[in-house]
Each structure stands twice: as C-alpha cells, then as structure tokens.
Design a protein around this ligand. Structure first.
Ligand code: XMP
Length: 306
C-alpha cells in the first residue's frame, strides 16, 4: 500500500534513473511550497547537480528573495542562485497599466531571464543541462511558462494534490511556516499595484502587505485564512495630519477563505484587529493615509484586484 515514505524513495530512484550519473537539472524556485518541495526532493536525488534559480522580478514580497535564499541554501541545503532582474522587469513594466498586459510582460521577461541564466550556467560548467524541474501538481495544467524550453521535464509532484505536497514537505523537513504558506501569484505585487508599476509603488504595497501578514500571524489566524494581501489603489484621498491637509494613497486589504479559489468569501476579522492593522499601516508606511477592507465575495469579485 501507498505511503509517503515509499513515494519519496520511489521518486528519488526514478529521478536518478532519468537524470543518470552526470545529468544536470535546473528549476525555477518561487519560494512557495510546491517549488520548494520539488527542489528538496531533487536535492535528495542528485545533490548539487540540481541548480535552482530564483528570479527576483522586483515585485516580490518584503525581503522575499533573501529569506527564500537563506531557507533553501542554509536550511535545506539546496543549490540556489538568486538572479536580481528587478530593473529589467520594472523597465519593461514602465507605462503598462492593463492587468493582462502586465502578466504578459512579466511572463515573457521571466522566460528571457531564466533562459539567459540557464545558458550562463551551461557555459560556466561546460556541462550541458538536459532537464527542467517543474513543481506541477496533479490538478495543475501541465507545462507552465518554461514548457517551450528544449529541456526534458521532470515533474516529481505530478501525481500529488496540495495536501499531499504539504505532508511530503513536512516529511522532508521543510518548516511549517513555509509548508502552509498562502499562495502568491507569479506576477507578484505587480498585479497588486493598480495602475502603473514603479519601484516606489511596489515598495508601498509590500510594506503594507508585510504589516498585514505579520499581524495575521501574530493573531494566530494565518491558517484560518486561505489568502491575504494588501493592494495599492491608484487614487489619492484627502486626509488630515495636525493642521495640514494630506493627499495620499489608499491601501485595500483583502483576506479570503476558500476551498478551491473558484469561489471565495471574505474573512470576518474582528474590529480590533482591523483597527490595529490600519493604524500600523498609516503610521509606518509613508504615502498612505487611508486603509479600507474589501468585503466582496468571489464571484462577482475575484481574489486579486487585477
Ligand atoms: P482570482 O483573482 O482569479 O485568483 O480570483 C484566484 C487565485 O489565483 C491567483 N492568481 C494568479 N496566480 N498568476 C498566478 O500564478 C496569475 O496571473 C494569477 N492571477 C491570480 C490568485 O492569487 C488566487 O490565489
């Protein structure tokens, strides 16, 4: 009968057979549970012949690249390189306001950066890379952004559902905080900065988001919520500080509960909690003078604002 331990051993064996004695594998790491679990499994199977790449697109959460690098290399022993492509992404996003256009720009830039990095690794080592690791789960659409690269796909999680990936991650020694992390969209904060994406706007959104998530964790309700984030609205609102009038931006907080993300309900925080988050954001994040809470269900609203 099926056990997770048997699955791990079987999958490690399979990876070794496919990759061979000298084969090299690359894979994109996002900091989420799927790619982290896939990378850790790969590390078990072939050690440093797996080369993880984390592309910093300039729209990641606060200190995300650094935290993710530390977790994967120090805690999990995975060979991981962070490629800081923030400037490239932000310059491509200049003037782009349409949500789908943002997704396209980010997707295309990601492919360019990743392919360039893969070539660089090949040239440095003189060893050809044959395989691409993808953390695709059973319910995911096969492929992903990098499916057109001329690399053979390795998908160790392809038979698993999310709850099984979490169980696997726990068995592999990945810490609970990461195993139960909320999903985060590929385009990142770019689709949570409504309107044009600039480094300054991303910075405001990510600082507000960080306070919100920190308070959710402190309140012990992180696991009750399926996904939570802050979005920066492209409007200015009038406010007052001392005897000065202010004219600054608005943060919208969103937190939902859902089973499958096809429908979602907004999370019923208590007033005290919202009061604390709101006052922290307004006091600590320069450029924001108003915080609102999104009380829309999906449908008709979506989880993300863009
Ligand atoms: P929506 O906004 O469609 O979100 O209700 C449902 C779930 O999908 C995530 N999402 C994305 N994930 N790339 C991603 O990788 C995207 O472009 C994207 N758009 C939405 C969203 O965060 C939520 O978990």
């Amino acid at each position: 009968d099926w056990t997770m331990e048997k699955f791990i051993n079987k999958e490690i064996e399979r990876i070794r057979n496919v990759v061979g004695e000298t084969g090299k594998v690359i894979g994109a790491i996002s900091g989420g549970v799927d790619s982290t679990v896939a990378a850790k499994l790969m590390h078990h199977a072939i050690g440093d012949r797996f080369h993880g790449i984390l592309v910093d697109n300039g729209c990641l959460r606060l200190n995300e690249a650094k935290k993710c690098h530390e977790m994967l290399t120090k805690n999990l022993g995975v060979n991981l390189e962070v490629v800081d492509a923030s400037e490239e992404f932000l310059s491509k996003l200049k003037g782009v306001t349409d949500p789908e256009k943002k997704r396209k720009v980010i997707g295309n830039t990601f492919i360019n950066v990743f392919e360039r990095k893969a070539l660089e690794i090949t040239e440095e080592s003189g060893i050809h890379i044959d395989f691409l690791l993808q953390g695709t789960l059973y319910p995911d659409n096969v492929g992903g952004l990098l499916k057109d690269m001329k690399l053979k796909l390795i998908e160790p999680l392809r038979e698993l559902f999310k709850d099984e990936v979490r169980a696997l991650g726990t068995l592999l020694g990945i810490k609970e905080e990461l195993v139960w992390r909320h999903p985060f969209p590929g385009p990142g904060i770019a689709i949570r900065v409504l309107g044009e994406v600039t480094a300054e706007q991303v910075d405001i959104a990510r600082r507000a988001d960080n306070i919100f998530i920190e308070e959710i964790r402190n309140a012990g309700i992180y696991r009750e919520i399926s996904q939570a984030f802050a979005a920066l609205l492209p409007v200015r609102a009038v406010g007052v500080m001392g005897d000065q009038r202010t004219y600054e931006q608005v943060i919208a907080l969103r937190a939902v509960t859902t089973v499958d993300f096809m429908t979602a309900d907004w999370y019923d925080f208590d007033g005290k909690f919202l009061r604390k988050v709101s006052s922290r954001i307004i006091n600590e994040v320069k450029g924001v003078n108003r915080v609102v809470y999104d009380v829309s269900t999906k449908p008709p609203a979506t989880v993300e604002w863009e």
